[in-house]
Ligand binder design. Structure first.
Ligand code: ADP
Ligand code: MG
Length: 229
């Protein structure tokens, strides 16, 4: 087991945002958290990253955790070429056991020489997400948390980026946060359904799409494009 979250509770002021959230992440697993906007998905990510106060237990056994946001452009420096930024991220880890940078770049389907010349604004949204994945490989992260990584991308590009995540399963586990049940269908090994800060169910992907355990899971599935499957 790579990550254990037990009875996670988060309050903002007096508002109870996460209510006894518990789940585990295994090695080399793609775990998806799905729920509508405001259900507390990003708050789970922030708690794992140690960015907010919480009650409960978060136990992590891996090396580095890497977080990828919906709009990675905000986290890249406009003044440096992209290659040098991947290098900086790698070198920020003291004894980096991460992958060779050029290998990481090739693995996510980008071109080394091009990234040495290009600045963030010259990359598409899909390419920027790939850069983030390359960064996590170069760092040697054992867990990647991606918060709505494809929400601002065109549908076809979304599939590309999700496919890139899928191909990285040998290298790290990922938590893919999404409001889009289609993303879950495409990428996840297991899915956790969240509503109003409460876990509704945790299921293997195939079981979920065959027959969701929770009422809310059923509702999500009924309202998706996949309801015909
Ligand atoms: P999601 O990512 O599923 O859309 P969030 O985790 O961002 O949901 O938010 C969950 C709830 O917490 C929402 O009701 C949101 O308004 C509230 N919230 C998020 N961040 C803060 C904050 N910094 N202060 C107060 N309330 C917040
Ligand atoms: Mg969010």
């Amino acid at each position: 087991m790579l990550l254990k979250v037990e009875n996670l509770n988060v309050f903002y002021k007096n508002k109870h945002i996460l209510k006894d959230v518990s789940f585990d992440i295994e090695e080399n697993e793609i775990f998806s958290i799905v729920g509508e906007s405001g259900s507390g998905k990003s708050t789970i990510a922030k708690a794992i990253m140690g960015l907010i106060d919480y009650n409960g237990l978060i136990e992590y056994k891996g090396k580095d955790i890497f977080m990828i946001f919906q709009d990675p452009g905000n986290y890249l420096d406009p003044l440096f070429n992209v290659y040098s930024q991947i290098k900086m991220v790698k070198e920020a880890v003291k004894e980096s056991s991460g992958m060779d940078i050029d290998k990481a770049i090739n693995l996510v389907g980008l071109n080394v020489d091009e990234l040495k010349k290009k600045y963030p604004h010259q990359l598409s949204g899909g390419q920027k997400q790939r850069v983030m994945i390359a960064m996590s490989l170069a760092r040697g992260s054992s867990l990647v948390i991606a918060d709505e990584p494809t929400s601002s991308l065109d549908v076809l590009i979304q599939k590309d980026v999700l496919c890139a995540f899928k191909n990285m399963k040998d290298y790290f586990s990922s938590i893919i946060i999404t409001h889009d049940i289609d993303v879950v269908y495409y990428i996840a090994d297991r899915v956790m359904v969240l509503k109003d800060g409460i876990v509704q169910e945790i299921s293997k992907k195939d079981d979920f799409f065959k027959s969701p355990k929770s009422e809310y899971g059923k509702t999500l599935l009924r309202n998706s494009y996949l309801s015909n499957y």
